[in-house]
Design a protein around this ligand. Structure first.
Ligand SMILES: Nc1ncnc2c1ncn2[C@@H]1O[C@H](COP(=O)(O)OP(=O)(O)OP(=O)(O)O)[C@@H](O)[C@H]1O
Ligand SMILES: [Mg+2]
Length: 588
């Protein structure tokens, strides 16, 4: 964990952290000065004559230059005031610097984590839950910044203050300060030792329940239609609430645990104070000396108690939040080492001649058997190729392999005779436009959904209108009051299923790439609309290589060749006429 936290800070932030530490050191010294001045001040008020001639008196004369104890009191009071004003003004500045540092840390961590997730291979997402990932990006990173980095900074400056104040105490009262040091050390050591296990366990509970809550909340709201119709609202709220209950208990226990040491320390301080009074009384120390020491002790306790409390809170929090950090640390560290944060768009890798798959085998992680079981096929540039096969035959998986989203376990994918390497995948993908079986719709306008990921002022409106024409959406858009600026709703809630598919095709065409892949892209359309779209699409696609998966054979009419996939193998290659004949034979 320590190694992976170190990797989170870049050079500039490390420098800033060092500056903040130096700042803390200065503040700790001022703090000590403030506490240390109390003894002469109180003694001066009570019994100025007892100071005269001492070493302290000589130091005071050196600093203030007066020999008269009356004016010395005034100077000392004034100096004390200055020290406290200075200390608090600097503490104010320190707060601003610390908060700035911590929140800048959060911004960078959060954006980096999002980039790290996006840089993960597609397989990673097959085993992940998006609600949990977005919780990690937005919430867990915040916890790390607020409750790990901030406490760590605080821990450092509080330990300095603690040492400085105890150091001053030591000058006046060595025995007492050693006792205080021993007590504080024992209490903090005890907290560190005993809270570790419990805090870590509570932290794990918090992380896992908040993941569950994020997941259930996301599912309850995004699946609202099915949930409403099936009347299962109570079930989902019930799961959410049961997780929230577990989390509540853990949080309450954690917060209580944070407070307990404070109570122990307060008892210890009061106990020491009483013991001290009794000690002075028993040993017959003169009243003025005792009062001054007690005053300093009180000031030191007043300053040390919050400090010790904050140290203890930091220790407990660090342990408590380890689990949240552990949830995303591996992905982030790996991405940091690969430096994936400034990915520029790749230059497309053009298909000059052919795409060949040889003996491609693929099994999903954790899957029982191979979904692709030795696929061999060849697609020449400019060809229109169809894929058919029963549901679950492996068509979409094959497309994912061709797209470079899934890496074959065996066999290879060659482009123009060269096996597709990891480093070429982004270039290869830049040459492909893809309409997935389930089209993703962003909660944005129609135009931004077609030109997805392109800034508004860089949209090619002529191309946009042309592709909307191709997918037969232009007439519909003309009737809309806002035209292409109409909002389509989250996941296309305000448009029909067929319109979602057509937006998907328009998006793929807008990119105008040499290879077009359609996975059941027209399955929700009526035959007539589909036919018109396919005709227009082919007119728009001179020299484009097209791969089409379809259950409805009519969609494959323009294909040069059609492959049949069965149980992860290509079992037949035919023309459209041959396909039709085989269907006729079966039906007759
Ligand atoms: N992430 C996954 N993990 C494990 N198995 C998977 C995963 N995704 C798909 N499969 C399995 O792989 C097989 C092939 O799935 P695929 O989506 O390629 O089928 P398909 O031919 O496209 O079917 P359809 O026509 O219904 O779209 C299926 O049996 C499916 O259960
Ligand atoms: Mg499929």
């Amino acid at each position: 964990m320590r190694e992976s936290i170190k990797v989170l800070f870049d050079r500039q932030q490390r420098k800033q952290a060092v500056m903040l530490m130096v700042f803390s050191l200065v503040l700790a010294l001022i703090e000590a000065l403030g506490v240390g001045s109390v003894v002469p001040f109180v003694t001066m008020l009570q019994a100025p004559e007892s100071l005269e001639g001492t070493r302290l008196w000589n130091v005071l004369i050196m600093v203030f230059g007066q020999r008269n104890s009356q004016s010395m009191v005034l100077s000392l009071g004034g100096a004390l005031l200055v020290v406290f004003v200075l200390k608090n003004a600097l503490t104010g500045i320190q707060f601003r610097l610390n908060y700035g540092f911590v929140h800048e840390f959060f911004r960078r961590l959060s954006s980096r984590l999002l980039a790290s997730y996006m840089a993960q291979p597609f397989v990673f997402f097959l085993g992940a839950n998006c609600a949990v990932l977005s919780k990690n990006v937005m919430t867990e990173t915040y916890y790390v910044a607020e409750q790990i980095v901030a406490p760590a900074l605080m821990l450092f400056s509080e330990v300095l203050v603690l040492m400085a104040v105890i150091g001053v105490l030591f000058l006046y009262e060595p025995v007492l300060s050693l006792v205080a040091l021993g007590v504080i050390g024992a209490v903090l050591g005890g907290i560190y030792y005993f809270s570790g296990h419990i805090s870590r366990r509570l932290g794990r509970t918090r992380e896992s329940t908040s993941s569950q809550m994020a997941k259930v909340c996301h599912e309850s709201l995004s699946g609202i239609k099915d949930i409403k119709v099936s009347g299962t609202e109570a079930y989902f709220v019930g799961i959410y609430d049961s997780q929230a209950k577990i989390q509540t208990r853990a949080t309450a226990l954690h917060l209580t645990l944070e407070q307990v040491p404070k109570l122990v320390i307060e008892t210890g301080v009061a106990g020491t104070l009483i013991a001290l009074i009794l000690y002075f009384k028993g040993s017959g120390t003169d009243a003025s000396g005792a009062t001054a020491t007690l005053a300093m002790y009180l000031v030191a306790a007043y300053r040390l108690m919050p400090s010790v409390n904050r140290i203890n809170t930091s220790i407990i929090r660090l342990r408590y939040l380890e689990a949240g950090y552990a949830a995303f640390a591996p992905v982030l560290t790996e991405a940091l080492h690969r430096n994936v944060f400034e990915q520029t768009p790749a230059a497309p890798l053009p298909l000059e001649k052919e795409l060949v798959l040889t003996d491609v085998r693929f099994r999903y992680p954790g899957g029982e058997s191979h979904v692709l079981n030795g696929v061999n096929l060849r697609i020449a540039r400019g060809e229109v190729v169809g894929f058919i096969g029963s549901s679950g035959a492996g068509k979409s998986t094959l497309i994912n392999v061709i797209l470079g989203l899934l890496k074959p376990d065996e066999g290879q994918l060659c482009i123009d005779g060269r096996s597709l390497k990891e480093k070429d995948i982004r270039s290869w993908q830049a040459a492909v436009a893809y309409v997935p079986q389930h089209v993703f719709i962003a909660d944005d306008t129609l135009a931004h959904n077609v030109a997805l990921g392109i800034p508004h002022d860089q949209i090619d409106w002529r191309r946009l209108n042309h592709v909307l024409d191709v997918v037969q959406l232009s007439d519909l858009i003309k009737e809309l009051p806002e035209g292409v600026s109409c909002q389509v709703g989250e996941r296309g809630a305000r448009i029909s299923g067929g319109q979602i598919q057509r937006l998907g095709i328009a998006r793929a065409l807008y990119r105008d790439r040499p290879i077009l892949v359609l996975d059941e892209a027209t399955s929700a359309l009526d035959v007539e609309t589909e036919e018109r779209i396919i005709r227009a699409l082919h007119e728009d696609s001179k020299d484009r290589t097209i791969l089409i998966i379809a259950h409805r054979y009519l969609s494959l009419r323009n294909c040069d060749r059609i492959y049949r996939l069965e149980n992860g193998r290509v079992t037949a290659a035919m023309t459209y006429d041959e396909l039709q004949r085989s269907v006729d034979n079966i039906s007759s």
